[in-house]
Ligand binder design. Structure first.
Ligand SMILES: [Zn+2]
Length: 132
């Protein structure tokens, strides 16, 4: 069966998702209520709500945050040797803030990637067709 979806460049699709925009048109939003996937794009009508990102966005977010916060904390500790309790509190606050910012971005990018690859996140994926 021929699909009407254009074969958009992968970097553009990922960027649209990362910035919270619809992977198809780049205008509508991909998420609402922080992390919920829009049932369909309010701008172009593309169906998005059937895509299940599962734990992917959490893995990507923790991978990115750990690679920023841990080296940053080690550098600060070596440079200034701050008192332990405020240092741990500030490090945890920085990590939580980054997680809060990056989690919806990585969720949008994951949904956009799955949309581009025509994956749905269930055991009937790959053909891009409804499973029933
Ligand atoms: Zn759209």
């Amino acid at each position: 069966m021929e699909h009407s979806r254009p074969s958009l460049p992968l970097p553009m699709v990922l960027w649209r998702g990362f910035t919270g925009r619809c992977p198809h048109c780049g205008q509508g939003r991909v998420l609402f209520a922080y992390l919920r996937v829009m049932p369909h794009c309010l701008s172009c009508g593309e169906k998005l709500g059937h895509i299940r990102a599962d734990d992917g966005p959490a893995y990507f977010t923790l991978f990115a945050v750990a690679h920023v916060v841990v080296p940053g904390a080690l550098w600060v500790e070596q440079a200034w040797s701050p008192p332990l309790a405020p240092f741990v509190a500030a490090t945890m606050a920085a990590a939580l803030m980054l997680i809060g910012i990056l989690l919806p971005a990585f969720k949008g990018a994951t949904v956009a990637l799955m949309w581009r690859l025509r994956l749905k996140g269930d055991e009937h994926q790959g053909d891009g067709l409804p499973s029933d």
